[in-house]
Design a protein around this ligand. Structure first.
Ligand code: NAG
Ligand code: NAG
Ligand code: NAG
Length: 481
């Protein structure tokens, strides 16, 4: 108990100091990285008490608020890695398949091919076995953030992956033709009084990318581009939030045939911009999440219809008429140490074809930028950190430092600039991240040769990100988890 109080006091104290510093230096050219603290966290993640992680903090949700608790992957799924370096390499491996699958989704939408052209629905619903690539499921939101969600009436509580990169909600469902292993018991439609299959003529069934009609019940299929998929009946169910508030008649896939390593979660809540996503179905005018430190056991919230905090930096939210799932940010330039990089405008522009642009995603870890933009950013950062001892690159990172002999370092501030004239300065720990426990830190951006840039969750850590759908704005409020 005393430890907990002390822990919260420390967090509060750190927060107050950080806020005080950022207030006195609004457009600071440099930012301090607390090296010792970052390294300590890479050690603590292996010491954390496993029994604590299964505890749900009820105090986070008041009973009538439309909010879910939000947990990082490490708090529900203790990785079996021998050290922080191997944990990092595993994360970065997942991240590459995530970035690829988002680009694949966009390519399909632009080229006017539906997913059903790729995989006939009968090969999954029918008798013959599905032949596909090796099943990994790794692109699935990288499975980095989860919520505790109640399904049915009475509600069965399960962990669900949260994903801004897709729309269709689904849960593994009894009887299982094929279910992967999950932490909670499999959801049983028979024990819910609110389970109701959708017929084929319903608006929800018609909104599916891939569906089939059997005996006038609507069957759905979602495949995630890396071999993972879910297939089953499309139904409506009651969904209960962390408190006790609930919404009835939410269209959700009851998956009888599921493949992929969804890290033990029972299913997925789609937070995308499409008609079938959870926020769209509850007619939410906004939603927001705060991504807690990926290595921490603490929880945060995913909230619906909450107001954007008044101190938030806002940026215009753009939509792609070829694909309504993704949330685009109108980024115009980047700056390093207060100097604008003057990136070619086309590098970040969402063009009339639906190509290009910058999306914000909860499931991608490392921000991907078009190669030229990345090179400008990296070169400016390297120029501003000449005094720091550099070391060899790690996985997709080409700019790394050996900070083992330092307690803290001062680095150039990295900022995003938006078309409304606002800018978002990142805390140093959101772009210089430890890759091991020995003091190796890497500049956490990566180049992509594809047209789509992605702002990832490393850059969003500790920040409440508000999707103000009604006013087409995205808000960022640092230090508010
Ligand atoms: C379709 O309905 C018929 C009659 O209600 C039933 O015998 C059959 O098993 C059903 N088929 C499927 C695939 O559910
Ligand atoms: C959302 O709006 C649609 C159409 O306006 C309506 O049919 C539906 O009942 C609403 N859902 C909720 C949860 O308010
Ligand atoms: C980092 O620097 C320390 C000395 O400051 C050295 O002992 C260590 O070997 C270096 N680590 C790497 C990976 O180069």
């Amino acid at each position: 108990m005393a430890e907990r109080v002390l822990f919260f006091f420390c967090i509060f104290f750190t927060l107050s100091v950080t806020l005080a510093v950022s207030r006195s230096l609004p457009d600071s050219k440099t930012t301090i990285l607390d090296v010792s603290n970052s390294i300590q966290k890479t050690v603590d993640v292996f010491l954390a008490d496993l029994t604590k992680s299964s505890e749900i903090d009820k105090s986070l949700s008041s009973s009538d608020s439309l909010s879910f608790q939000l947990h990082s992957r490490s708090s529900i799924h203790r990785a079996h890695h021998r050290d922080y370096k191997s944990l990092t390499l595993a994360r970065l491996g997942r991240d590459s398949s995530r970035a690829k699958s988002l680009q694949a989704r966009l390519d399909l939408a632009i080229n006017g091919i539906t997913e059903s052209d790729l995989k006939p629905v009968d090969s999954v619903f029918g008798e013959e076995a599905l032949e596909g690539p090796v099943i990994s499921g790794t692109s699935q939101g990288s499975g980095e953030y989860f919520s505790r969600v109640g399904i049915g009436r009475p509600p069965s509580e399960v962990y669900m992956v949260l994903d801004t990169g897709s729309d269709v909600n689904w849960v593994q469902c009894a009887p299982c033709a094929d279910c992967y292993q999950q932490t909670d018991p499999i959801y049983e439609p028979a024990s819910s009084t609110s389970y109701s299959p959708l017929t084929c003529e319903t608006r929800q069934c018609k909104s599916l990318d891939v569906s089939e009609c059997r005996n006038d019940s609507c069957l759905y299929e979602v495949s995630y581009g890396d071999g993972s998929y879910t297939v089953g009946e499309f139904v409506t169910e009651t969904i209960t939030f962390g408190g006790s508030a609930s919404v009835a008649d939410i269209a959700i896939g009851c998956g009888h045939n599921n493949e992929g390593l969804f890290v033990g979660a029972a299913g997925l809540i789609g937070l995308g911009g499409g008609l079938l996503s959870f926020p769209s179905q509850i007619n939410a005018s906004s939603f927001s999440y705060c991504l807690v430190d990926r290595d921490s056991d603490s929880a945060s919230t995913l909230e619906f219809d909450s107001v954007t905090p008044p101190n938030a930096v806002t940026a215009p939210l753009l939509r792609n008429r070829k694909l309504d799932t993704f949330y685009y940010l109108d980024v115009t330039d980047l700056s390093v140490g207060g100097e604008m990089l003057s990136i070619t405008p086309s590098a970040f522009r969402l063009d009339a074809n639906g190509d290009g642009g910058v999306i914000i995603d909860s499931g991608t870890a490392v921000t991907r930028l078009q190669t030229d933009a990345y090179n400008s950013l990296r070169d400016a950062f390297v120029k501003g950190t000449r005094t720091l001892p550099s070391t060899t690159g790690v996985a997709l990172f080409d700019t790394c430092y050996n900070l083992s002999s330092m307690k803290s370092v001062e680095v150039p501030t990295v900022s995003f600039h938006f078309s409304n004239g606002k800018s978002l300065s990142l805390p140093a720990k959101n772009y210089l991240i430890p890759v091991d426990s020995a003091g190796t830190f890497c500049f956490a951006f990566a180049p992509t040769s594809s047209s789509l840039s992605i702002i990832g969750n490393v850059q969003q850590q500790g920040t409440r990100v508000s999707f103000d759908l009604a006013n087409s704005l995205i808000g960022f409020s640092p230090n508010t988890c």
